[in-house]
Design a protein around this ligand. Structure first.
Ligand code: BJ8
Length: 425
């Protein structure tokens, strides 16, 4: 921890005492979950470095950007079109919080029976322990679920917030509403930054964001191989880091990692034995440092080969067309691309069920673990239909509902072991 960092955190009005506790806890957890893995790709060194300095260099970059007149935009959902931020010279950062650390402080205000992701997000603001939140000039919220929607009203008392209305159906009427929201966001970002979003800078931003999506697609395609060349934990980390690192640097590092994984695949070198049970995880997003389920599954001898999740395939599967066109045409293309995301906030949401079945086949998964954050009603209720559909397809399913605490780790371990036995037949 450099003196420089402490001064920056103080300038950001961080609660230094609580923040020290948070960072001091992260090191040993990372050591136990990540650095203890065997035969990791060398390309993971970059991502280890990013986590090791999680509130350091990147925050300095954001601060430098702000000192030069640039803006930082915090987001909580993959529905917020980051292309608009980059186009206007702003830097978007994913704020989604994945730690139990910030939950108790949030529970002093929010109802306890709120999902951990919402409590953790709000707790970071209330407790002043996240420099990314503090460095954001504007936070973009959305109306995906009721808990988030109402949390943003409370958050708005402490921080500038703009909420996008995400419709809950994919009809022509809903699409028109969403296009209006995307056009409205353009105006908001232009006002925030003082910069015009043009056909030229938007086309360029789209290319940059698509390049990272392609790199992530490449990484996930490599996970389809047997033996799998990278652990699920490491791949999850790469997905998580992509939410706040610089888009161009991140793309380069993911591609460098994939070059190495290509060689591993050619040499049939894996991190798990070729016959290790292969698991697809589907459900709520796992924001950094939520590594709980992957760690439990991989400690039990299975390997996570894919995440049907917003910190996973929903974030990169669809590209925005790069055929240019005028500004309106591009905004429409962006709106259409984001409407393809199959979040459980939509009804009906058959596309997600089709995705799970398709991904289970493509990744040669032996079973699916449906991951549901406690008190998330959309994913919990959708799991009923997911279960029926997978049963029909003969794909084994384990439904897990949990939060960020470790209290249920023993119970989950037992259920995962039993599930792996079922898979083994
Ligand atoms: S597009 S999944 S990132 S909303 S887990 S806060 S839904 S109660 S996170 Fe999400 Fe966007 Fe959808 Fe993806 Fe609410 Fe459920 Fe909590 Fe959730």
């Amino acid at each position: 921890m450099t003196v420089d960092n402490r001064q920056m955190w103080a300038e950001l009005d961080i609660d230094l005492k609580q923040h020290d506790i948070l960072l001091n806890a992260l090191g040993p957890i990372y050591q136990e979950i990540y650095l203890s893995q065997q035969n990791r790709p060398e390309g993971m060194a970059f991502f280890d470095f990013v986590v090791g300095d999680i509130h350091g260099i990147r925050v300095h970059e954001l601060r430098q950007h702000a000192k030069e007149g640039g803006k930082v935009v915090g987001t909580y959902c993959v529905f917020v079109p980051e292309e608009l931020c980059w186009a206007a010279g702003a830097i978007p950062v994913g704020l989604c919080a994945g730690t139990q650390f910030s939950v108790p402080v949030a529970e002093e205000v929010l109802p306890r029976n709120t999902c951990a992701l919402i409590k953790s997000s709000y707790g970071f603001k209330l407790g002043r322990t996240c420099p990314y939140v503090q460095a954001s000039h504007l936070i973009i919220g959305e109306t995906t679920c009721d808990g988030k929607k109402k949390m943003f009203e409370i958050l708005a008392e402490q921080h500038p917030v703009h909420v996008m209305e995400v419709p809950h159906k994919k009809t022509a009427l809903s699409r028109a509403l969403w296009q209006g929201e995307v056009a409205g966001l353009k105006d908001v970002i232009e006002e925030l930054t003082g910069n015009r979003i043009t056909a030229a800078n938007l086309a360029q931003a789209t290319k940059r964001v698509n390049a990272r999506r392609r790199a992530l697609q490449r990484l996930y395609n490599l996970r389809k191989k047997r033996p799998v060349p990278i652990s699920g934990k490491d791949a999850l980390l790469v997905s998580q880091v992509s939410f706040y690192d610089d888009v161009d640097r991140d793309t380069k590092q993911i591609n460098a990692l994939c070059d190495e994984l290509d060689k591993r695949v050619a040499a049939a070198e894996g991190v798990f034995p070729p016959d290790a049970p292969r698991i697809l995880i589907s459900g709520s997003p796992m924001a950094i440092p939520n590594w709980k389920l992957h760690h439990l599954i991989e400690s039990a001898g299975a390997v996570v080969v894919c995440e049907e999740s917003c910190i996973g395939t929903r974030n990169f599967s669809d590209l925005v067309p790069e055929n240019g066109g005028g500004l309106d045409e591009q905004l429409t293309a962006i709106a259409e691309r984001y409407m393809k995301i199959n979040c459980a906030c939509f009804t009906p949401n058959d596309g997600r069920i089709e995705d799970i079945i398709r991904l289970a086949r493509e990744y040669d998964a032996d079973g699916v673990v449906h991951y549901n954050l406690q008190f998330c009603h959309t994913y919990a209720n959708e799991a009923v239909r997911v279960e029926k559909a997978l049963e029909k397809e003969g794909i084994p399913l384990l439904r897990i509902e949990t939060d960020y605490s470790d209290e249920d780790a023993g119970q989950l371990r037992t259920r995962i072991d039993a599930f792996l036995e079922v898979i083994a037949g």
